[in-house]
Design a protein around this ligand. Structure first.
Ligand code: GLC
Length: 414
């Protein structure tokens, strides 16, 4: 029995290594991985951090190269863009062209997973010179987020566009975009394009853009920032840089305090919008993200354990749906309300990246039973439907991009 299990794990590892190799690209000495050969032709920020975590189990040297490629695209002001166009992607037809206003990259960012990925890669290779190279990049990136994305010093990092959260069409953004829960793909896309235009018109001056348009503080984004600040403190500590270590620890505490002050209600954390931090009470997987940052008390973690088993919200046949099944916006399928473009769907389907964040969070709270269920469900989805972008939480059917890399995170969970 144990032998059979090892065999399946070895097979899975071989399949993942193959997928990562097939999706690997190189340009001008920069090595990176594209999320999917048929749908996503560029390098993406949080995807690449996931890739580095996966590759830390396969080939730490390539994992280091993946993060160095990201670092090489950092803007002067410290921001790291969410897409880097190393090569043209026009051969992939359904990919929508968005003019972000920059030439070789997009002009927005994505969840700051960089320090977390860097620390994990270091655990695998023990290369201090890699840490030394990455620390200033992380310091400038976090500095940018704290300066530009939190102008009123609430401790919370804001996003200029839903795409920055990595969850392009999540219903957490419906209210801020003035959309009802049943709107269609085109109206959502149009609103997001308008935000891109407004941001360009404001010459990427975040505060100017925010004051007029869009200012959401998202729970996963901030949870990831707290966890990343802690990872950055570990990196600085490893390099005997006690001053930086203290600073990063303080930053983690400030954002954690901001989350508790502004986001918490009835034991759950909610994203907020506008300068008065109105809570957006839409139930999505984001409710579980504070575990990743360890900002929830044991009592709050208990509240999450309850909804983990609640069949009316999150206990689907395959966990965890990105949006609770009792939300009016819930849509478990790949075709978003009949739209044929393979647009991403965060309004119901299961995403393995989110499952990874939740599994890590549950681990931190000693909720091993729930963690194991989540890992088991992720594995069942991959066995049933292969490496897909996302999966129907009710049937396990795979949707969106094929040969999608995030399933490789299973290597880090098994
Ligand atoms: C989709 C996802 C986003 C991801 C990108 C590339 O847009 O919503 O999170 O980064 O695809 O995989």
């Amino acid at each position: 029995m144990a032998q059979a299990k090892t065999k399946t794990h070895n097979q899975l590892k071989a399949d993942i290594a193959q997928l990562m190799a097939d999706n690997r690209r190189e340009k001008n000495g920069h090595i990176y991985t594209i999320p999917s050969r048929d749908t996503y032709p560029y390098q993406w920020l949080w995807d690449s951090c996931f890739h580095a975590i996966i590759l830390s189990h396969i080939d730490p040297e390539i994992a280091k190269a993946e993060l160095s490629s990201l670092a090489s695209a950092q803007f002067k002001n410290g921001m790291i863009p969410h897409m880097i166009y190393w090569q043209r992607g026009d051969e992939i037809t359904p990919f929508p062209v968005i003019k972000w206003g920059k030439r070789r990259t997009s002009s927005i960012t994505q969840p700051p997973m960089l320090a977390i990925a860097t620390w994990q890669v270091y655990q695998a290779c023990g290369d201090k010179s890699f840490l030394r190279d990455m620390l200033p990049v992380i310091r400038r990136f976090h500095g940018y987020l704290r300066r530009q994305r939190d102008p009123r010093k609430s401790g919370l990092i804001g996003v200029v566009n839903p795409d920055e959260s990595g969850e392009d069409n999540s219903p957490r953004y419906d209210q801020a975009l003035h959309l009802d829960p049943h709107h269609d793909f085109q109206s959502n896309f149009k609103k997001r394009l308008r935000l891109v235009k407004n941001y360009k018109d404001a010459r990427f001056m975040v505060k100017q853009h925010m004051d007029r348009k869009h200012w959401v503080r998202d729970v996963p984004m901030n949870s990831i920032f707290v966890a990343s600040s802690r990872a950055a403190a570990q990196i600085a500590g490893e390099l005997d840089n006690t001053l930086q270590q203290k600073r990063f620890t303080k930053h983690a505490e400030q954002t954690a305090a901001g989350m508790r002050l502004h986001m918490l209600e009835h034991d759950l954390f909610w994203s907020t919008m506008g300068y008065n931090q109105k809570k957006i009470c839409v139930r999505t997987w984001a409710l579980f993200a504070p575990l990743f940052a360890q900002v929830a008390t044991p009592q709050e973690a208990e509240a999450l354990r309850r909804i983990f088993y609640d069949e009316k919200t999150f206990a689907t046949k395959y966990r965890i749906p990105s949006t609770s099944i009792d939300e009016p916006a819930f849509d478990p399928s790949g075709d978003w309300r009949g739209e044929s473009w393979v647009g991403t769907n965060w309004r119901g389907p299961v995403w393995i990246g989110a499952n990874w964040i939740m599994a890590k969070g549950l681990e931190k709270y000693g909720m091993d039973k729930e963690r194991d269920i989540l890992v088991r469900d992720s594995l069942r989805l991959i066995k049933k439907s292969g490496f897909r972008e996302y999966y129907d939480p009710l049937t396990g059917k795979g949707h969106g991009a094929r040969n999608f890399t995030w399933g490789g995170l299973l290597l880090d969970l098994l």
